[in-house]
Design a binder for this molecule. Structure first.
Ligand SMILES: *Cc1c(COP(=O)(O)O)cnc(C)c1O
Length: 462
């Protein structure tokens, strides 16, 4: 055995103990570290011929990166839609790497059982009927990709073809209809050969809404002349957390032939709260649903789920049958259900967190985050420095600087705010106005954090 490997093997307990200390220190300082740091250019490292061994590598890492790690996992990283890591999910993630199980097949490990159990608990958390099967993927982008891939197969079947067997050549171009599809849906359409340009943008409701105008959607469906198509409904838009009327969209399935994919990447967590649950009415009629785990479930990157009521089509798309892999039988191996072949035991952090905090834990995270966003929204409305661009509907505050605002001013303010080291937010454009999003999705965020962030915002607006 290589010398370094042998030393590390004999020294494993000490190495793990040191790594625990590093993690512990970081997590204890998370309140004080800046949430984000600007990109710092570093000189290149070369591959080491003999290697350093784990201990020296850890020292090098800490010096080069670790000691400067920002607290994007902390209570005041409000950029994009960023969750954090609940204590229990961190245990699950650590153990996932310690066990290093490959999830692809049942019959030689316990990993598939854990994923099936986690999926079943998540289905309950989101109030989905048992007709939905679920699979973990790396993120909502891959979840949208998988949902739209199954949709593509369904479209093929409407034409008496199988796209996964015969290719897209076998069917006419497919229309995709959506009012405010996330960038990742366009990306998925690109990867699937359906084409980004084939997404027809449907007008939204008037009066500062991002939800689809269902009357306009109906017109677009009428224009399809009974050609089967795909509707992407949005359950939580990234700028203002607006929800399409899923029930009204689903009701049109009796008249028109379409696959209903719901992108509920973070809005799906409305299901955790009696206050917000009504926003998802009708979601049980979806053909496929995207929900992210590394956002509001607060498990570490990277994890999301794809749910579908058409597992037969899912298998048709993702089947991976080689002589050495065996035939497809119940319980269907995950290798036949998603884009990956081998993959990590991605469900274990979610399993831990769901068991540890239960329904009430997630209700608390969702409602507390939304209350914090509401609180920030009120401060903004009452201030001279800022103004809201849209009502605060859930956990995202979409606002801008008061007065004449342009993209440059927003950019400068956000850079100043980041370097000030107390809170981090990201830019957007809303109804043509350059703006700012504060998305509060971390389990740690409390009132004191809103106070700290608000003071930083006032200081930087000067
Ligand atoms: C974040 C997000 C995505 C993409 O998610 P990733 O996990 O970053 O791949 C897709 N849709 C919506 C609505 C999102 O908020």
């Amino acid at each position: 055995m290589n010398n370094h490997l042998e030393i590390d093997l004999n020294n494993l307990s000490t190495l793990l103990e040191r790594t625990k200390q590093v993690s512990d220190q970081y997590l204890n300082e998370i309140d004080k570290r800046p949430p984000a740091t600007a990109y710092i250019k570093k000189g290149n490292l070369k591959i080491s011929e003999q290697g350093l061994g784990a201990e020296k590598t850890l020292d090098l890492f800490l010096d080069r990166y670790g000691n400067h790690m920002p607290a994007s996992n902390g209570p005041r990283f409000w950029g994009l839609v960023t969750g954090g890591t609940t204590p229990a999910s961190l245990l699950g993630d650590w153990l996932t790497s310690a066990y290093d199980l490959n999830l692809s097949h049942a019959g030689n490990s316990l990993a598939p059982d854990i994923e099936m159990e986690a999926i079943s608990m998540l289905r309950e958390l989101f109030g989905l009927p048992a007709s939905f099967s679920g699979t973990f993927v790396t993120g909502a982008t891959m979840s949208n990709f998988a949902g739209l891939a199954i949709a593509r197969e369904w479209i093929g079947r409407q034409h008496g073809k199988s796209v996964s067997q015969d290719g897209l050549h076998a069917i006419p171009p497919v229309k995709i209809l959506s009012a405010e599809a996330h960038a990742s849906s366009f990306k998925s359409l690109g990867m699937l050969g359906l084409g980004r340009n084939f997404l027809k943008v449907i007008p939204k409701l008037p009066e500062n809404r991002e939800a689809v105008d269902v009357v306009e959607l109906r017109k677009a469906l009428e224009e399809t002349n009974s050609e089967p198509c795909i509707v992407i409904a949005n359950a939580g838009t990234v700028n203002t957390v607006d929800f399409d009327d899923i029930r009204a969209i689903a009701a049109m399935k009796s008249e028109f032939k379409f696959w209903l994919h719901v992108d509920a990447a973070f809005g799906g967590f409305a299901a955790c709260s009696p206050k917000f649950k009504h926003l998802l009415k009708g979601i049980e009629h979806a053909d496929s649903i995207t929900i992210d785990a590394h956002k509001w479930l607060n498990v570490p990157y990277d994890a999301a789920m794809i749910f579908t009521q058409h597992r037969d089509l899912q298998i048709a798309v993702f089947q991976n049958s080689g002589a050495y892999l065996g035939a497809i039988a119940e319980p269907v191996d995950f290798i036949h259900l998603g884009p990956e072949n081998s993959r990590r035991m991605r469900a274990l952090p979610a399993w831990f967190s769901l068991m540890a905090y239960g329904r009430e834990g997630y209700q608390d995270i969702v409602e507390r985050n939304c209350a914090m966003a509401e609180n920030l929204g009120k401060k903004i409305s009452a201030s001279n420095e800022f103004r809201l661009l849209a009502p605060v509907r859930m956990n995202v505050v979409c606002f801008t600087l008061n007065g004449d605002v342009d993209a440059e001013k927003v950019k400068n303010f956000l850079a100043k705010l980041r370097d000030n080291g107390r809170v981090f937010m990201t830019p957007t454009t809303y109804l043509g106005t350059p703006g700012i999003r504060a998305a509060i999705s971390n389990w740690r965020t409390e009132n004191k954090d809103v106070e700290i962030a608000w003071q930083a915002m006032l200081d930087c607006a000067q």
